[in-house]
Design a binder for this molecule. Sequence first.
Ligand SMILES: [Ca+2]
Ligand SMILES: [Ca+2]
Ligand SMILES: [Ca+2]
Length: 234
Amino acid sequence: MFLLASITLLILRSTTVLSQSNACGTESTIVVRFPESLSSQATPFSVDFIQTLLNGQPANVVVNSEPNDRFTTQFYPFNDYFTISYNTIVKAMQIRMIKGIDRDGTTSSTEDDVNILQYQLVCYPDVSSVASNSAIFKVLKIQIVDVNDNAPIFINAPYSISVNELTPVGMTVFRGISATDLDEGPNKQIFYSLSVGTSQFNFNGTAYFNLPSEQDGILAVLNAIDFESMYRVT
Ligand SMILES: [Ca+2]
Ligand SMILES: [Ca+2]
Ligand SMILES: [Ca+2]
């Protein structure tokens, strides 16, 4: 009789442990993604990660600063930009971005980019208790995904050059055209082209000059230049 009671107790204990594990999921690192936004208004972006994190069960979840990530801690406190709660309609925990984050920074350097924010997520499987001995710690990484929200900007424009009318066709006459873009990857890729200018000097520069490669800001002579028929092209 005593032996039977002990076995029953063991089964109950095992069931409890399994339930707690499922409530907080099995991942040690959770990664969610949000597009960047310059808007300071509440944004509708939300990511439903309960499917893998909590298996549809509500749990007490607290997000703290990550001690080793001083940048996130100092500039992006979790509660200023995100909320996390249980949605009773879809029956899932949801993390919601409530304030936009500019991924790009103010310079074309990657040093002021905001690509990953990192927090410490503490999950208490038992919603009725936040006893510290039941806490499960996870790393919450929030990736800020680039949006193509910047146009290229020329460096040191406008450009002004003088060209000898005897310059042969095909010769490079200027190499200083350069532009930057604050975005990332393909969103910061720059292609150069010439178009007709709009100044008071009504000469079509594209008839005389071209950019041999759209990847390089190099200007070359396309057709013979005749000083007598033109003075300034744009
Ligand atoms: Ca930047
Ligand atoms: Ca861009
Ligand atoms: Ca961007």
